[in-house]
Design a protein around this ligand. Structure first.
Ligand SMILES: CC(=O)N[C@@H](CCC[C@H](N)C(=O)O)C(=O)O
Length: 375
């Protein structure tokens, strides 16, 4: 039987211990443990909340190249058949951050043993799924001092075969905003609806109305999404619900559409308040800036990928996914790309099973890219 690739083993170790945003204590300690085993005078480690900055010094640096990997998991009960399944009840690495971390550790190992001329900053970022670690990390004293000259990141893509690298210049990921709507009416006996204001009925009606914003208020050529992923409300089956809460997310390709969608949400919620004689509160939670790939660095990377024997470049369209990495490359030139990991189940699914062959492929590609870019 073939021995397990060392970074596949690391991915599996990390897969067992998914933690939510800003609670990544075990993850941080696992990463630290590994990175300290590499450490020498050329490796400088700084902790930032539950994340890490690791600088691998070059031999004669003229720039700092940044590479970011996100580290948090999701509130999902895993349903894979893995023998290395999540050990944390109701938590899962269902967005591939376990692969993102193991690939970054593999690249770091290669850069430490094969130093570049330039410095490389590895950023292990907490809370990508929410409430967002990129912006506070970017504003931290550490990153102000260690501000990369260029910066990149990857995201696994279950829809592409292993060996596919997909990206484009310009807009890659949408603008996002979380959406929380609390409704408060008047509860009462299930048999006396005329004496109550039922927030289950109001909430369901609102969910349906929200869909009309996308179909009737947003230019069809400027896509947007409103997804309500969770509804809670009521107490038991024979009591009319006094409260309901809708939790969702808004995605838009343009920043103007985000403003417009929010304005329409507020108008419709206002209508619900009047129509159902209830009180409503809207909270937008975390918002992420779009991921916009800077032309020069992206084109250079795309040309580099085209020359590599084991990978194929695919020029993809933009996606409605969000990523707070968008904040990091708002002012620092850089890019993000998709890494093919073919899985029958997609991102945020309880049965996501990325093909681990993508791990060595990515480590080799990124290590070679860094040798090309940083020497
Ligand atoms: C790559 C990915 O799946 N990212 C998440 C980011 C979530 C941002 C925030 N919590 C929201 O829901 O708006 C995504 O769901 O796209």
């Amino acid at each position: 039987m073939d021995a397990l690739h060392p970074f596949v083993k690391i991915r599996r170790d990390l897969h067992r211990i998914p933690e939510l945003g800003f609670q990544e204590y075990k993850t941080q300690s696992y990463l630290l443990n590994y990175i300290e085993s590499l450490a020498g005078e050329h490796v400088e480690i700084k902790k930032w909340r539950t994340g890490l900055f690791v600088k691998v010094k070059g031999t004669n640096p003229s720039k700092l190249i940044g590479y970011r990997a996100d580290i948090d998991g999701l509130p999902i009960e895993e349903q894979t058949d893995y023998e290395f399944k999540s050990e944390h009840l109701g938590r899962m690495h269902a967005c591939g951050h376990d692969l993102h971390m193991s690939i970054a550790l593999g690249v770091m190992t290669s850069v430490v043993s094969n130093r570049l001329k330039d410095d490389v900053l590895f950023i292990f970022q907490p809370a990508e799924e929410g409430p967002g670690g990129a912006l506070p990390m970017l504003q931290s004293e550490i990153m102000i001092e260690w501000k990369p000259d260029i910066l990149f990141a990857l995201h696994i893509a279950p829809e592409y075969e292993v060996g596919t690298i997909a990206t484009k210049t310009g807009l890659l990921f949408a603008n996002t905003s979380e959406l929380y709507i609390d409704l408060k009416g008047k509860g009462g006996h299930a048999a006396y609806p005329h004496l109550t204001n039922d927030m289950i009925v109001a909430g369901c009606n609102l969910v349906t109305q929200l869909q009309s914003i996308i179909s009737r208020n947003v230019n069809p050529l400027d896509s947007a999404v409103i997804t309500i992923g969770k509804i809670t409300g009521g107490t038991v089956q024979n009591i009319i619900a006094e409260n309901a809460r809708l939790e969702g997310t808004i995605r838009t390709l343009s920043e103007q559409s985000m403003v417009k969608v929010k304005k329409r949400i507020e108008e419709l919620v206002n209508g619900i308040e009047i129509g159902y004689q209830c009180e409503a509160k809207i909270d937008y939670g975390a918002m992420y800036h779009q991921v916009y790939n800077e032309s020069e660095t992206t084109l250079e990377f795309m040309n580099f990928v085209r020359e590599q024997p084991d990978v194929t470049l695919f020029e993809c369209n933009e996606a409605m996914t969000g990523e707070d990495f968008g904040y990091m490359i708002k002012d620092i030139p850089g890019f993000m790309f998709w890494l093919g990991v073919k899985s029958d189940f997609g991102l945020h699914h309880s049965k996501l099973t990325p093909n681990e062959d993508a791990i060595p492929v990515a480590i080799e590609l990124i290590s070679n890219y860094l040798q090309f870019k940083g020497n």
